[in-house]
Design a protein around this ligand. Structure first.
Ligand SMILES: NC(=O)c1ccc[n+]([C@@H]2O[C@H](COP(=O)([O-])OP(=O)(O)OC[C@H]3O[C@@H](n4cnc5c(N)ncnc54)[C@H](OP(=O)(O)O)[C@@H]3O)[C@@H](O)[C@H]2O)c1
Length: 252
């Protein structure tokens, strides 16, 4: 019998980093879930458990309708209580209610501001507290090309998405000052036209117009955005901070 028996490495398991994905029920969020599963422990979110039309398996679930401020508040409390070891947040949930500003009811303006901007800000605030105590963490906010180009009938959606870019850049700078020894990174992704339920609602005439301005001559795949997310949360992206990364096939 050897004096120092070799350690059986098969039973020494590394603890996986834990990542929250909001809006994971469908579209881009679901693709992110599929891309990160296996490599990370996941906390999945949607407005309701009924939104998930697939088996979430062993992943944790934390649901809230982000248009309701008290649900966002409760969500953040739960996040702190149940997932104090969080490593990453993908603020992906979002919606658009397209209409001329002249006819857009104030409650629709409120809904877009609440879901697309205020909820991600409050979630990032909660996450930043966790990350500050752990001296590590990543936040990715899902913006949109519309936040930079603007678009008729999407003025509020555009404002929320532009807000997310400014918020991400500012938070990256702030957290850099608070955590001089260890890095907490905050980045933004700005997709162009991506194949999902959201883009399926765009009228054909508008779609044709957009398609004619995409040098890659096709709509983007949700998996392509998910691949970018996977890279940005990885160690390989450790020097990417405060950035807004475009993924749009060259759309102009
Ligand atoms: N698709 C594109 O072309 C495109 C382009 C640029 C940016 N984006 C951005 O990418 C993100 C994902 O878009 P997608 O195309 O995957 O959209 P999607 O297919 O419509 O999915 C939206 C996700 O957000 C969640 N969500 C919507 N309203 C919510 C609410 N009130 N409370 C909580 N969660 C809510 C949905 O959950 P439920 O299932 O529970 O409703 C769903 O999981 C969005 O932020 C969007 O603005 C998309």
């Amino acid at each position: 019998m050897p004096l120092f028996p070799q350690q059986d490495t098969s039973i020494v398991k590394m603890k996986m980093k834990k990542i929250l994905i909001t809006g994971a029920s469908r579209g881009i969020g679901k693709a992110i879930k599929e891309r990160l599963a296996g490599e990370y422990e996941l906390v999945l979110h949607a407005s309701s458990p009924d939104s998930f039309k697939y088996d979430i398996g062993k992943h944790a679930l934390l649901c809230a309708d982000f248009s309701q401020p008290e649900q966002v508040q409760h969500f953040c409390k739960q996040l702190k209580k149940e997932h104090g070891d969080l490593y990453g947040v993908i603020n992906n949930a979002g919606l658009t209610i397209d209409n001329s500003l002249l006819f857009l009811p104030e409650r629709d303006i409120e809904t877009m501001l609440q879901v697309n901007l205020k909820a991600p800000i409050l979630i990032a605030k909660q996450a930043a507290k966790i990350f500050h105590s752990q001296q590590r963490g990543v936040i990715i906010n899902m913006s949109s090309i519309i936040g930079q180009t603007g678009n008729a009938y999407q003025s509020i959606y555009a404002a929320t998405k532009a807000g997310l870019v400014a918020f991400s850049k500012s938070l990256a700078q702030e957290l850099g000052r608070l955590n001089e020894q260890h890095q907490i990174r905050v980045n933004c992704i700005s997709p162009g036209l991506i194949d999902s339920e959201m883009s399926a609602k765009i009228p054909q005439i508008e779609l044709d117009k957009v398609m004619s301005n995409i040098p890659s001559n096709r709509i983007g795949k949700t998996q392509e955005v998910a691949d970018l997310v996977a890279f940005l949360v990885s160690e390989q992206a450790s020097y990417i901070n405060g950035a807004n990364i475009h993924i749009n096939g060259g759309l102009y």
